[in-house]
Write a protein that binds this ligand. Structure first.
Ligand code: HBI
Ligand code: FE
Length: 305
């Protein structure tokens, strides 16, 4: 389960570079002002490649029947498989030829402004470190497997790739306003935990689900969560869980629906939702177009501490 982006560590110093922080995972290395680092592929050990192999094989068994075609097509066209941790330069060359995106290695979560700046320039920040074998099913923050296996294949889809850049541009426009938590909810309920209405039923496109064995099953097949037709205002009002499955998933008709968000002036929308109450993750509203009314059993059995 990926954690909500918390305040990244690391402190800027006069040279413009970021000092390595002991909370960063993996071996210390120079961190540039845009938080990019070297991937240092040769430093991955047999344990790292074995974790990649295990996670890749496990998801490859589940996703053909559950992921959206855009993800499966993107994954098939990227120059990596299940044998070893991918090399970011090689996969960036293939990605760039297709949609103009590249991957930049980073120590982990980066400040919002840095993240938006990368997305606005078609650079996807990906953690250079991969989880340990004992973190296979739960880790605090996004690792290389979540970022590369979960997010990058979707960036091979031209429409989704445009949406991700538009999201970054929207984020830069919103900086300094008190609305970043609303954008974070949009990101969370689409890019991270989004579902799409496919020809034969609901399909997964959210990276937080695609990179999680248990949530791949829960999001599509469990009776517990709500599945609600995507609505921008509703999503911007809806809180989310950072350390467990989602209580509600939002479903878009297609990725054009996401890209059309880029044509909306968010300013009046921010004002409108600011006057309304936030919505708890599992709650339903009268205006919801419900695709599945969840019974909430999973979360009822796990009271939040
Ligand atoms: N940094 N590396 C990284 N990955 C993210 O997904 C990420 C981030 N920083 C901020 C962030 N996400 C969220 O605040 C987004 O909603 C902007
Ligand atoms: Fe992510």
């Amino acid at each position: 389960m990926r954690a909500e982006p918390s305040r990244p560590a690391g402190s800027a110093c006069e040279a413009g570079a970021i000092l390595w922080d002991k909370s960063f995972r993996g071996s210390p290395r120079p961190v540039a002002a845009d938080y990019s680092v070297e991937q240092r592929w040769s430093e991955y050990g047999p344990e790292d490649h074995a974790v990649w192999r295990r996670l890749f094989e496990r998801q490859s068994g589940l996703l053909p029947a559950r992921a959206c075609p855009a993800f499966l097509k993107g994954l098939a066209r990227l120059p990596f498989g299940g044998e070893a941790v991918p090399d970011f330069e090689a996969l960036s060359d293939a990605l760039e030829r297709t949609t103009g995106w590249r991957v930049v290695a980073v120590p982990g979560l980066v400040p919002d402004a840095v993240f938006f700046e990368h997305l606005a320039n078609r650079r996807f920040p990906a953690a250079h470190w991969i989880r340990r074998p004992d973190e296979l099913d739960y880790l605090e923050e996004p690792d290389l497997f979540h970022d590369i296996f979960g997010h990058v294949p979707m960036l091979m889809d031209p429409v989704f790739a445009d949406y991700m850049q538009a999201y970054g541009q929207g984020g830069l426009r919103a900086l300094g306003r008190k609305v970043l938590h609303r954008l974070a909810r949009l990101y969370w309920y689409t890019v991270e935990f989004g579902l799409v209405a496919g020809a034969g039923g609901l399909e997964i496109y959210g990276a937080g689900i695609l990179s999680s064995h248990s949530e791949t099953l829960f999001a599509l097949e469990d009776d517990s969560p709500n599945r609600i037709a995507f609505d921008l205002e509703r999503v911007m009002r809806t809180r989310y869980r950072i350390d467990d499955f989602q209580e509600s998933y939002f479903v878009v008709r297609d990725f054009d629906e996401l890209l059309r968000l880029a044509e909306i002036d968010f300013a009046p929308l921010y004002d409108r939702v600011a006057a309304l109450q936030d919505v708890e993750p599992g709650r339903l509203l009268p205006g919801d177009r419900l695709l599945h009314r969840g019974n909430g059993r999973y979360h009822a059995a796990r009271p939040t501490v």
